[in-house]
Design a protein around this ligand. Structure first.
Ligand code: NAP
Length: 204
């Protein structure tokens, strides 16, 4: 009989990717006994109307660079190649088409993003199709998801101290020419600098 695959999908804007994201994916892999984690850079984030986002191709390439050495990590172009705003439910449908019922899907992302999941497109359908792994910083109120759980959404939480690192802080550090070493892989920092992604506070 074909073995059921436990597939982690690491959703995020990754603008830029940093060690907090990488530690989160590795923790999820081990804690939830996943076979692999597929990083899924968002194409056009639906909620980011307050700021410009770096082009999808740059964010995708930085994600590839950051994950290249880990045999359990992959990066997907599914969302960045799909036109229009990125809805997670469409990604889950595409993965279901690909894997059928042979995969259990675990959507991993930041707890702050999962916080408003009931307002996401087709959240009831999402509840049926996958389990959410919400990565939190220490001190996050783990009781916060009681309403979502009552509505049938499967949400697991995972405390990740390395999530004190944030993409917002990294962008400010690049713009202010402050150190980013040990916050993101050196090759990611070199890529961002070479392409002047965050140097003047605007996005490319
Ligand atoms: P966000 O609002 O930019 O992020 C909220 C918080 O979560 C930030 O602190 C962020 O830190 C952290 N975070 C984001 N992705 C993470 C990850 N993979 N691991 C750990 N922490 C993470 O979130 P977003 O990037 O726009 O959205 C997150 C995911 O939810 C994406 O896949 C997006 O497509 C999906 N989403 C779907 C819908 C929908 O279908 N309607 C709506 C909203 C979000 P950093 O800034 O440091 O990453």
């Amino acid at each position: 009989m074909r073995k059921q695959l436990r597939l982690g999908i690491m959703g995020g804007t990754f603008d830029p990717i940093h060690y907090g994201h990488l530690v989160t994916a590795e923790e999820a892999l081990v804690q939830f006994n996943l076979d692999r984690v597929v990083f899924m850079p968002t194409g056009i984030p639906v909620r980011k109307t307050h700021r410009a986002v770096t082009s999808a191709e740059h964010r995708y390439l930085m994600t590839v660079i950051a994950t290249a050495s880990n045999p359990d990590f992959e990066v997907s172009r599914l969302e960045i190649d799909r036109p229009g705003p990125t809805y997670t439910v469409e990604t889950i449908h595409a993965l279901r088409d690909l894997y059928g019922l042979h995969a259990d899907l675990f959507f991993i992302t930041g707890a702050d993003a999962v916080w408003d999941i009931l307002t996401w497109k087709d959240s009831a359908e999402l509840a049926e199709a996958c389990t959410f792994i919400a990565a939190t910083r220490p001190g996050f109120d783990l009781g916060r998801f009681s309403e979502e759980r009552e509505r049938g959404i499967r949400i697991e939480t995972m405390e990740v101290p390395a999530l004190a690192i944030s993409s917002t802080d990294l962008r400010e550090r690049f713009a202010g020419r402050r150190p980013v070493r040990y916050l993101t892989p050196e090759a990611v920092a070199a890529y961002a600098e070479k392409n002047s992604l965050y140097s003047d506070g605007t996005t490319r």
